[in-house]
Design a binder for this molecule. Structure first.
Ligand code: SF4
Ligand code: SF4
Length: 447
């Protein structure tokens, strides 16, 4: 048996199958790839709809501009994804792995490429076993070239989520891409080619941590791909009257991307792709038996209340409730969020200085971050005991989608304030939309 890579003991040649679950899988592959490849090309209000710009520390999500202070929403989104995965696993076992995990999706695409160039499993097996000839070299080389082309396309598309996509595409054509972009794109492409093109099911079986702990989220009501042994056994040929419904054709094993036999019971290698269900349903159709010898079924015995209990379980309700609360909290937070932020930094080089008129002056830098696409003007008020005046040379203006640093000096009367540190409140109001106002506290030092 061929061993294409040292850490993959046996190369599998899964057959492609047809059926309702396969249609879902193909649909998921096309949908996820369409979203992934097209999103960086979408524009929204004159700028790339989805982009994370590390140089300006801003993220653009359609109409939203996210600043470093909004990392809380990123954390919330990650928690939401994790809870969604837990919920989905509690409801339907490993269907995430079998249908929408990037490793599965990319492996499926690589399998299609291999199938398209090298033929069905038997032809691929023969080709791998054959001695190296020019024809074999060309065919294998073409397979790898197409896989690498796809992997490189995914790598550059991923970079397009961080660099402006249209600009990146034109620089790519003229060969003027930056070194980090090249490193990132080729690194991601290399991993895609290695993990999906070569390691495939080994990643699910031996490397994915999620495969190890997700069984802890199963219970008797979780839907899992399972073989109905009571109906199928004893397996045997159609001609044997004593035989069960399983004709032992082995098709369920041949289509399995992880090479397991689901008839041996639930195994951690099963990624829940349901290819064996489609394959067995076809066999059942051919021999005139009802479908469902392999099916998505609950582990616990079925009772009249099973269907109702399937989603009304404590863990499902807890995950669903937490997700709903998180979504509501994030939506409310985003709706109430002001479209600009201000940070007040005290000039540490100038502690406090005396002015010619006998006041004590502290110097600050206001950093205004405007998330709106238009230039905005602001009005500033500084409140605090003993504050006499606020002086600045620059206008309080921040460019659209940009930031401005404004120096100002706050003078206070030493007759009113004792020596020490005193609180100040800086309030900035958007002159075009006075309902947008942001306050920030600072400290005034009196010597
Ligand atoms: S046993 Fe069936 S569901 Fe599990 S990985 Fe194999 S083909 Fe997919
Ligand atoms: S595909 Fe169905 S009938 Fe064929 S071996 Fe598998 S379980 Fe038995």
């Amino acid at each position: 048996m061929a061993t294409p890579l040292q850490f993959q003991s046996i190369k599998l040649y899964p057959r492609l199958t047809r059926g309702r679950f396969n249609a879902w899988r193909v649909g998921f592959v096309l949908l996820t790839q369409a979203i992934f490849f097209l999103t960086p090309w979408l524009d929204w209000n004159g700028r790339q709809a989805v982009r994370f710009d590390f140089s300006s520390m801003r993220g653009y999500l359609f109409g939203l501009t996210l600043l470093p202070a909004d990392l809380i929403y990123l954390a919330g989104t990650l928690i939401l994804c994790a809870l969604g995965l837990f919920l989905w696993t509690a409801l339907a076992g490993r269907l995430w792995c079998g249908f929408s995990c990037p490793q599965t999706v990319y492996s499926q695409i690589m399998l299609w490429i291999e199938r398209g160039i090298e033929g069905p499993p038997n032809a691929r097996r023969r080709l791998d076993a054959a001695p190296w000839t020019l024809a074999k070299l060309c065919r294998k080389g073409l397979t790898q070239a197409v896989m690498i082309f796809f992997a490189v396309a995914t790598g550059w598309t991923l970079v397009g989520y961080f660099s402006p996509m249209r600009d990146l595409a034109s620089r790519l054509v003229s060969g003027e891409t930056g070194s980090w972009e090249m490193l990132f794109a080729l690194g991601y492409a290399g991993f895609t080619w290695l993990l999906a093109g070569h390691l495939r099911e080994s990643v699910c079986k031996h490397m994915c941590p999620y495969a190890r702990f997700q069984s802890a989220m199963f219970d008797g009501d979780t839907l899992l791909v399972s073989y109905d042994a009571r109906r199928g056994e004893p397996r045997g040929s159609l001609r044997s009257l004593a035989a069960g419904a399983c004709v032992d054709c082995g098709l369920c094993v041949q289509v399995c991307p992880t090479g397991i036999d689901i008839r041996q019971g639930l195994q951690y290698e099963c990624i829940g792709c349901a290819a064996c269900i489609d394959a067995c349903d076809q066999v059942m159709d051919k021999i005139g038996e009802p479908r469902g010898l392999i099916q998505l079924a609950r582990l616990a015995p079925t009772t009249p209340t099973s269907a109702r209990r399937w989603w009304r379980r404590p863990r499902v309700l807890v995950y669903g409730g937490l997700m709903s609360m998180l979504v509501v909290a994030m939506c409310v937070g985003l709706m109430l969020r002001e479209p600009f932020r201000v940070d007040v930094l005290r000039d540490r080089a100038v502690m406090a200085r005396e002015t010619p008129d006998g006041l004590i002056e502290n110097v600050y830098t206001l950093r205004i971050q405007n998330t709106l696409p238009q230039t905005r003007r602001y009005a500033l008020t500084v409140q605090g005991d003993g504050v006499v005046r606020v002086a600045r040379r620059q206008p309080l203006v921040a460019p659209g989608d940009g930031s401005a640093s404004i120096e100002l000096a706050v003078a206070a009367d030493p007759a009113v304030l004792a020596s020490g540190s005193h609180p100040l409140t800086f309030e900035l109001v958007d002159l075009s939309e006075p309902r947008y106002r942001v306050s920030e506290v600072g400290r005034l030092l009196m010597p």
